[in-house]
Design a protein around this ligand. Structure first.
Ligand SMILES: CC(C)(COP(=O)(O)OP(=O)(O)OC[C@H]1O[C@@H](n2cnc3c(N)ncnc32)[C@H](O)[C@@H]1OP(=O)(O)O)[C@@H](O)C(=O)NCCC(=O)NCCS
Length: 221
């Protein structure tokens, strides 16, 4: 199967497939609908920076039948990411969400309230991780293609790109219950640097979990 899958840099024509796959795997490998009701808005929040503002740091895995088997989206400058997200993406997403009636949905109200309870972690993360020499990754493999080294090949391409771009560290935030992702990042040489207690909605109920920050050093300062 490996030989049928081509790993290559992202192109603009991949955009729709990448947004769909991201929403298909967003809840620890399952579709986003258990977390958030509107795919269009979720895809903007989760992928717009990478596809529209830094497309050179994204790689895709394309099966020989044209299906997207996986993607890795990357950012090579966390400070720039924070600025673009805060000033450009979030305002546009809020307007779009309002027009689409997203704020009238009860599950979104609960998410906003729960998100506000995590303000301490967001503030700390910004202080320690939003520097120009730090980048981050998100990875998603279609359930049909997991366990065939597609994630490994994508991550190797992204790590090589990160080395060439000169950044020092790559980070990934993972829910501690996402055991396959934790095993994957460990296998790729990432180490847990931070454990942040969080409050989130799980299976319709508010619960506590730990967000792990995996970090890999890719080059020296
Ligand atoms: C985590 C994920 C990216 C792994 O991708 P993958 O293509 O299935 O992983 P690979 O086949 O390349 O595995 C590489 C190594 O990671 C480890 N690994 C991957 N999945 C694993 C699992 N379910 N259990 C244990 N180890 C695992 C293994 O060491 C594996 O090496 P091996 O096959 O030689 O044993 C994939 O399961 C996924 O997309 N999950 C949903 C999205 C997600 O959680 N993303 C992470 C948050 S950013």
């Amino acid at each position: 199967m490996m030989n049928d899958i081509n790993i290559r840099p992202y192109r603009s024509e991949d955009r729709d497939m990448l947004r769909k796959l991201c929403c298909d795997v967003a809840d620890r490998g399952s579709p986003i609908e258990s977390l958030f009701p509107d795919r269009e808005v979720a895809a903007d929040l989760l992928t717009k920076y990478y596809t529209d503002y830094e497309p050179s740091s994204t790689f895709v895995a394309i099966n020989n039948d044209g299906r997207m088997a996986g993607y890795v989206t990357g950012c090579m400058d966390n400070r720039r990411y924070g600025l673009v997200l805060f000033w450009l993406i979030i305002p546009a997403v809020l307007i779009k969400a309002f027009k689409r009636g997203v704020f009238f949905k009860s599950e979104v109200h609960r998410m906003v309230v729960q998100g506000m309870k995590n303000w301490r972690r967001l503030f700390t993360w910004r202080k320690t991780s939003f520097h120009s020499h730090q980048g981050h990754v998100h990875i998603g493999i279609s359930s049909d293609f997991r366990g065939h080294q597609v994630g490994k090949r994508l991550m190797e391409a992204l790590i090589e790109h990160a080395r060439q771009s000169g950044i020092v560290e790559l980070a990934a935030s993972v829910h501690e219950g996402n055991t396959s992702a934790c095993a994957f990042f460990e296998a790729m040489g990432f180490e847990v640097r931070e454990r942040s207690p969080m409050i989130g909605i799980q299976e319709g109920k508010e619960g506590r979990y730990v967000a792990l920050m995996f970090v890999k050093t890719v080059s020296s300062m």
